[in-house]
Design a protein around this ligand. Structure first.
Ligand code: CDP
Ligand code: MG
Length: 706
């Protein structure tokens, strides 16, 4: 706190970790000077008031003001049901007055670029408008998101707005998790999942409209989708394509998509006061926490919530712990501070908390990764704290080394972040870097992911889609040729392509796995070494996306000892992961076991779900139904599956759903010998041999080519 208290007092020099710094008289000293717009006065603080984003709210709805908002809010809170309130809320979004003209523009043009600030209602409303206008009569509406959390939370929100069960009319699909059904007409999914759908449905026949959302993020999958989906639009005149973006540089998208028209949704933004630190911060995490606490104790509760941008799960967990400690020691001396973390791997059941309204008299502090920059809108944020960093993938094609590095953000990002504070009223943004940093050191825009990542996975996918000439593939910004070359080198080393760059049989098998080529190869190759059981466990553990080891601050020694137990005999980390998985399995998937061994039970459950994937197979019966190979039961291919008409002999499926029949959903054709090959622990030759020995009648599915 002392860092921001009037430096002339000079007595507050104790490090912040000492809780004594939090005695009453010191809190009392924290003045309200944050609110000051007097430059000279605020020079006493680390933050310098620098500039103000102009007030453009008047553009919209004829100069509505903050008080109108309040009145509306009061009125709405009287609405009887939550659903009525949601319906009313829909009409207050900036996109709402443009509903008709937007639908008209979509009617008139096959491809439309839509630009509107974050929170204007693009993601949640446009698919609903299309549904209401009848576009779902002839296919689904797909909406892609760069992040899984966004896909899930937006789908949940829209299903509430439509008053339907999540997974019915509105669903989502992310890697290793499919929450859709044959009823689903609005489908949110990660851009990577739509890319995988191209493998089974290259014309995207099941969709009438696809909205590539958050296009400005330029993720690898989004960039690859651009090239593929442009062809779909050319070959299917009945198909509508929407490209939506939160930033204003939409011309680039328009140029790429044959000069598609740009539809702008005017924003509704309040002024945002930008403050910079006087000197660079040595420890931005500490600075962010201190700033948040200072805002909390000096500003009246209820005037607005705080959003802090951090770089990742670990940092967020650390910040959460420190904030908890410090607020706990203050007890009832300060108003309640509700701490809400949000990051990609946060378990689904905890994600909702961030959207819950802040209780009366309390303040919410949201600790978020870049996900809150444009993908998610959290209402009620008045203060943004921006340390100026993001964790970005970087790739060195020379060494083949890929790493996640904490990198300074771009100017475009900094402005998006600041804008998060001015959605419902005037906001304030505290940049934990200097104005000089901002103007002279930050890049204008973030480099698109395709230019800073390992391309092996993309090359393998595109190859299996039959795209041979990758050098001339229609990329919006082509990847460095060195990186393409390196990807081919790796795939060649893995035997996935031959020396002519053509996909091998092995490569085709590998492309079927929704995994990094190294992991797919590991699984396919494990058969030779008779260790598929073990390898599948390890691959599942590696695919969780976060560590399974839990290391609480106050019990680090115990946690480290527990971890060492899995390393007995100095085995490597992979074998340790395998031991964790097997021991957990032997404990009958016990939660207690996880607690005792300092293991994240949620991560383990996720690993088990991922591993389950390999055990679900079925074979075709004479009458057209399928019989599960293990635990025999009659099942059918779900009508929404791309293979529903193909009727392959052997399939694996992601899950069984009971609607009018027992349906297998997310089905892929396999060869029976693959089952034995991939999971010899699970499938014996006798399970499949009666059919292997005969010549199988083949469907016209893709897998029949090899
Ligand atoms: O896509 P865009 O940024 O234009 O806006 P949106 O995500 O459709 O959000 C529109 C409104 O829905 C925002 O005001 C959010 O508060 C609300 N929303 C929500 O409450 N919960 C979600 N999971 C997503 C959106
Ligand atoms: Mg959005």
């Amino acid at each position: 706190l002392e860092r921001y208290i009037d430096s002339k007092d000079g007595e507050n020099t104790k490090p912040f970790t000492e809780q004594t710094a939090w005695e009453d008289h010191q809190i009392a000293k924290a003045s309200l000077k944050f609110g000051s717009k007097n430059k000279k006065q605020s020079d006493d603080y680390n933050f310098v008031f620098e500039d103000q984003i102009e007030f453009i709210q008047g553009q919209f709805m004829g100069g509505e003001n903050v008080d109108d908002h309040k009145e509306e809010e009061d009125e709405r809170s009287m609405a009887k049901s939550v659903h009525e309130k949601l319906l009313a809320d829909r009409k207050t979004l900036p996109v709402y007055p443009y509903r008709e003209s937007l639908l008209q523009a979509i009617e008139d043009h096959q491809i439309l670029v839509i630009v509107g600030e974050t929170g204007s209602g693009k993601t949640t409303q446009i698919p609903q408008y299309l549904h209401e206008a009848g576009y779902t009569k002839h296919g689904k509406i797909g909406c892609t998101q760069p992040r899984r959390v966004a896909a899930m939370s937006v789908a949940a929100r829209v299903s509430q707005e439509l008053n339907v069960k999540l997974g019915h009319e509105v669903g989502y699909s992310i890697r290793f998790e499919d929450c859709t059904s044959d009823k689903t007409v609005i489908k949110y999914m990660t851009d990577g999942m739509l890319l995988r759908e191209f493998l089974s449905d290259p014309d995207l026949k099941s969709y009438s409209v696809v909205m590539v959302d958050e296009a400005h993020e330029r993720t690898l999958s989004t960039d690859v989708l651009f090239g593929l989906i442009k062809d779909v639009a050319r070959s299917r005149r009945d198909f509508k394509l929407l490209i939506s973006s939160a930033t204003l540089d939409a011309e680039k998208f328009s140029d790429f998509f044959d000069s598609a028209p740009i539809f702008k949704i005017p924003g509704r933004r309040f002024p945002v006061e930008i403050n910079y630190t006087k000197a660079p911060e040595a420890d931005y995490l500490d600075a962010a926490i201190v700033t948040a606490l200072q805002i909390h104790v000096t500003q009246p509760p209820g005037d607005g919530d705080i959003l802090i941008f951090l770089t990742g799960q670990e940092e967020i967990e650390t910040a959460e712990e420190i904030l908890k400690q410090r607020t706990r020691s203050l007890g009832c001396k300060i108003p309640e501070l509700v701490i809400c973390p949000i990051y990609a791997n946060l378990p689904t059941e905890l994600q909702g908390k961030v959207f819950d309204p802040t209780p009366d008299g309390a303040r919410k502090v949201v600790l978020a990764t870049n996900i809150a920059e444009t993908s998610l809108t959290i209402d009620g944020i008045k203060y943004v704290i921006d340390p100026g960093f993001v964790k970005l993938k970087s790739y060195n094609p020379r060494t083949g080394m890929e790493s996640l590095q904490v990198t300074p953000i771009s100017k475009a990002s900094a402005n998006q972040r600041a804008g998060r504070s001015g959605r419902t009223g005037p906001g304030k943004c505290f940049r934990l870097y200097t104005a000089y940093n901002y103007y002279h050191e930050l890049e204008d825009n973030t480099v698109p992911e395709i230019q800073r990542t390992n391309l092996a996975n993309v090359v393998l996918s595109l190859k299996s889609l039959g795209i041979d000439d990758l050098v001339h593939f229609n990329f919006m910004d082509p990847p460095p040729s060195e990186a393409l070359l390196k990807a081919f080198e790796l795939l060649y080393a893995l035997n996935a392509v031959n020396k002519f760059g053509e996909l091998t049989k092995l490569g085709r098998k590998m492309a079927e796995f929704p995994l990094d080529p190294m992991l797919s190869k590991m699984i396919v190759a494990s058969d030779k070494y008779k260790c598929s059981d073990e390898i599948i466990s390890i691959a599942s553990m590696l695919s969780i996306g976060s560590s399974v080891f839990y290391r609480p601050k106050n019990k680090q020694l115990h946690a480290d000892n527990a971890r060492l137990n899995f390393h007995t005999g100095n085995v490597g980390d992979h074998v340790a992961l395998l031991r964790v998985y097997n021991s957990w399995m032997e404990s009958n998937y016990s939660t207690q076991w996880c607690y005792e061994n300092y293991i994240h039970v949620r991560s383990m459950k996720r690993a088990r779900d991922i591993r389950g994937y390999f055990s679900q197979s079925a074979k075709l019966q004479k009458n057209g139904s399928y019989m599960k190979v293990k635990n025999p039961q009659t099942v059918f291919i779900h009508p929404s599956s791309g293979l529903a008409e193909v009727v392959p002999m052997w399939v694996v499926y992601h899950e069984l759903v009971q609607t009018s029949k027992e349906y297998m959903r997310q089905v892929s054709e396999v060869k029976p010998e693959w089952l034995v090959e991939v999971a010899p622990h699970y499938y014996q030759v006798k399970d499949v041999e009666d059919l292997v020995s005969k010549k199988l009648p083949r469907g016209k599915g893709r897998a029949s080519k090899d």
